[in-house]
Design a protein around this ligand. Structure first.
Ligand code: HEC
Ligand code: HEC
Length: 320
């Protein structure tokens, strides 16, 4: 009798805690400050910096623009710049279905500059919804304030495209847990280019190379293997491509590459339009987008990557 009573109380308590926790998550998260009050100037220099970042460094447009995978490395459809619609789902190990939103002025006209900036740097949408960190906003949150504002200035003036993107759907418990993921941005200053290692770390961070090049365990990146590769991506035409090991390991990474080889590997993809039959080797790495980075920026990324611990991890690049 006594034991039954204690058990009953325990069950009630656990239930209460669960409900309490649930209510707590619903009412207290995402725990991110209100969108900053801000008006970007939109000078030509700022817009150009924003274009360079969004198209070639932070590669917003490689996700928010449909890509043409009939060609090698899926160049973006420039006629649909920012229109959104790319889909990520369970076939990529995601517990749900996500779509890249339309980020042209047709979709963002009612958003304030601060709301746009908060969305990609802190992971909270205009209406307070927590964004899933498939968009690497934890990395973007370390971008300098001026770079983040430049991206907003750029987004304000791309061509508006009317294009409805379906709503996301996330499997439980992710639909609740996602609220814990947004994180207040902590903007850094851009290091001087004369400190190539620090500058290279900044560029590699905001280019979010680790978003693809980190291996995953249970859907979470293994951070101490951040650049060791291995995560697989199903290709639209069939087959699977895996992110390369880009740590300086001699045999399995890019330890034997020279700086010039590294830069050339990107540059050769600019404007390349090689047809790929369905099922043949292709890649999700947006080579052409990154390829338009300056040689200085690509070189700094190389310097930073070469400073990382060499991790032995042999990656089979492709399986049909
Ligand atoms: C790896 C792909 C990827 C990259 C790179 C990316 N995004 Fe996103 N973005 C997404 C996805 C997917 C969503 C929707 C996520 C969700 O619904 O939880 C999203 C959501 C957004 C939203 C919220 C829109 C809304 O209606 O709620 C904005 C704004 C945005 N992204 C802007 C950007 C900007 C600016 C950049 C570059 C600095 C960027 N994104 C880079 C995939 C990406
Ligand atoms: C959307 C996912 C994605 C992003 C983002 C990404 N990569 Fe990759 N990367 C891949 C995949 C997949 C491969 C393997 C197939 C290939 O070579 O394209 C790869 C291959 C590479 C290779 C070739 C290595 C070799 O041994 O041939 C290098 C170098 C590289 N990535 C560097 C980078 C750098 C630097 C960044 C950030 C500026 C980056 N990647 C961002 C997915 C990505």
């Amino acid at each position: 009798m006594r034991i039954a009573k204690i058990l009953g109380l325990l069950v009630a308590l656990v239930g209460l805690l669960a409900v309490g926790g649930f209510v707590f998550i619903l009412t207290s998260f995402p725990d991110v400050a209100p969108a900053p009050d801000l008006a970007v100037a939109g000078t030509p220099e700022q817009i150009e910096r924003g274009r360079y970042l969004a198209e070639n460094v932070t590669v917003c447009q490689a996700c928010h623009t449909p890509r043409d995978y009939t060609l090698f490395a899926g160049p973006i459809r420039r006629d649909l710049l920012g229109a959104g619609g790319e889909r990520w789902d369970q076939t990529m190990g995601l517990p749900g279905v996500l779509y890249a939103d339309n980020i042209t002025p047709a979709a963002l006209s009612e958003w304030t500059d601060g709301e746009i900036l908060r969305a990609f740097t802190s992971g909270v949408s205009r209406d307070g919804t927590a964004i899933f960190p498939l968009m690497p906003y934890h990395a973007y949150g370390r971008m300098s304030q001026e770079d983040a504002e430049a991206i907003v200035a750029y987004l304000r003036q791309i061509a508006p495209i009317d294009h409805e993107v379906p709503e996301r759907s996330m499997d439980p418990p992710l639909n609740i847990v996602v609220r814990l993921m947004p994180q207040q941005a902590e903007p850094q200053a851009i290091p001087s280019t004369s400190d190539e290692l620090a500058y290279g770390e900044y560029m590699t961070t905001i280019a979010a190379c680790s978003a693809c090049h980190a291996p995953l365990a249970d859907g979470q990146p293994i951070l101490d293997m951040a650049y060791a590769g291995g995560h697989g991506y199903p290709l639209p035409g069939g087959g699977e491509v895996r992110a390369a090991n880009i740590t300086p390991h001699e045999g399995t990474g890019i330890g034997s590459w020279t700086r010039d080889q590294f830069i050339a590997r990107f540059k050769v993809m600019v404007g390349a339009r090689d047809q790929v039959p369905p099922g043949a080797y292709n890649t999700v790495m947006p080579w052409a987008s990154y390829g338009e980075m300056t040689e200085q920026d690509l070189g700094a990324i190389f310097t930073y990557l070469q400073s990382l611990p060499a991790i032995e991890n042999k990656v089979i690049r492709f399986t049909p």
